[in-house]
Design a protein around this ligand. Structure first.
Ligand SMILES: [Zn+2]
Length: 326
């Protein structure tokens, strides 16, 4: 999406330049030469010894920043591990004549989280999203699903928070060398500067949130409706509450457990005074430190979500713990 935007920008500039060139060829040539000279200046500067030494001086921070960026990307994959059961695979082909093919069908082929249904189901899904989500996408309303979605929620919340902290931290690092960078480059080519310093791009989109779609298309294809259920952090919070309501109702003795909601995560961080229980680093020392909530005994080993089984870990310690268990 960003590349698209950038291409549009370049196209717009090109059009403006062509118009200017038609009006005044001299001005057009002047602009072209200026841009060319600036590009050469950039090339020389970024390959200079001075810039290389600035780059080296913050290397520790850029590496750290990139590592956190990778970690956030991993957190976003959390949901893929939970994705519903494997029902086997098959190929569905739309064998209609070309003119009668329905676009909506090919959507389904690409994305298995689309459910084709009647208009009534589509409408009802809109008013009771979670109920219909479980029913039509075969999510069992049991303790295991609840735990899985708690995990996803925990990881997604950390990823969202991590993105903000990472940006803030980068800003601090770049600000610290601001005076060593030529003003022209700092103001005009900041994006390029960030890249040349060795920072990897942060993916800020929220496209990783799973979306479940109910889709109704009439037989003739003229009438259609759709209902999208996006499991972002806010909705996941509600979904976990919803699942817990059902599970507790069925099994009220074992129902004595906490829920991994945003509220509880914050509560645990406050209890541990924003300090990693493993390496003792805290947000008092590292302002933009990403703290995560860890199950001391993992859910997969029978641990439950309860205050006594939860602890605050910094993202580095949580990551290495995860690697050990796997
Ligand atoms: Zn730690």
């Amino acid at each position: 999406m960003t590349t698209n935007k950038r291409n549009m920008k370049i196209l717009l500039y090109a059009i403006i330049w062509i118009i200017l060139t038609i009006i005044s060829p001299k001005l057009g040539l002047f602009i072209l030469l200026t841009i060319l000279a600036y590009q050469i200046y950039l090339y020389i500067y970024f390959n200079s010894i001075k810039f290389t030494s600035i780059k080296d001086s913050i290397k520790k921070y850029t590496n750290n920043s990139n590592e956190l960026n990778h970690h956030i990307q991993e957190l976003k994959c959390s949901y893929i591990n939970v994705k519903s059961y494997d029902y086997g695979s098959s190929i569905l082909q739309d064998t209609s004549k070309y003119n009668l093919k329905r676009r909506e069908w090919s959507n389904e082929l690409k994305n298995n989280q689309v459910h084709n249904c009647s208009s009534t189901v589509c409408k009802n899904a809109n008013s009771q999203p979670f109920k219909y989500l479980c029913k039509y996408f075969n999510l069992k309303t049991d303790e295991e699903t609840l735990s899985n979605f708690e995990n996803v929620l925990n990881d997604f919340a950390a990823a969202e928070q991590g993105k903000k902290l990472l940006q803030a931290e980068r800003e601090i690092i770049i600000n610290s060398i601001k005076n060593d960078i030529p003003v022209l480059i700092y103001t005009l080519s900041k994006e390029r500067l960030i890249k040349e310093l060795g920072f990897e791009t942060i993916d800020l989109s929220d496209l990783y949130f799973p979306v479940y779609t109910f889709q109704y298309v009439s037989a003739g294809g003229n009438s259609s409706a759709r209902c999208d259920i996006k499991l972002d952090v806010e909705n996941l919070d509600k979904f976990v509450n919803y699942l817990s309501g059902i599970v507790k109702f069925r099994n009220s003795i074992q129902g004595q457990r906490d829920l991994m909601t945003s509220k509880l995560r914050e509560q645990i961080k406050v209890r541990d005074s924003y300090t990693c229980k493993s390496c003792n680093i805290s947000t008092h020392i590292e302002k933009n430190l990403l703290l995560e909530i860890d199950h001391i005994v993992p859910l997969s080993k029978g641990g439950i979500t309860s205050e006594s089984n939860l602890q605050t870990l910094c993202w580095r310690c949580n990551r290495s713990k995860g690697a050990k268990i796997l």
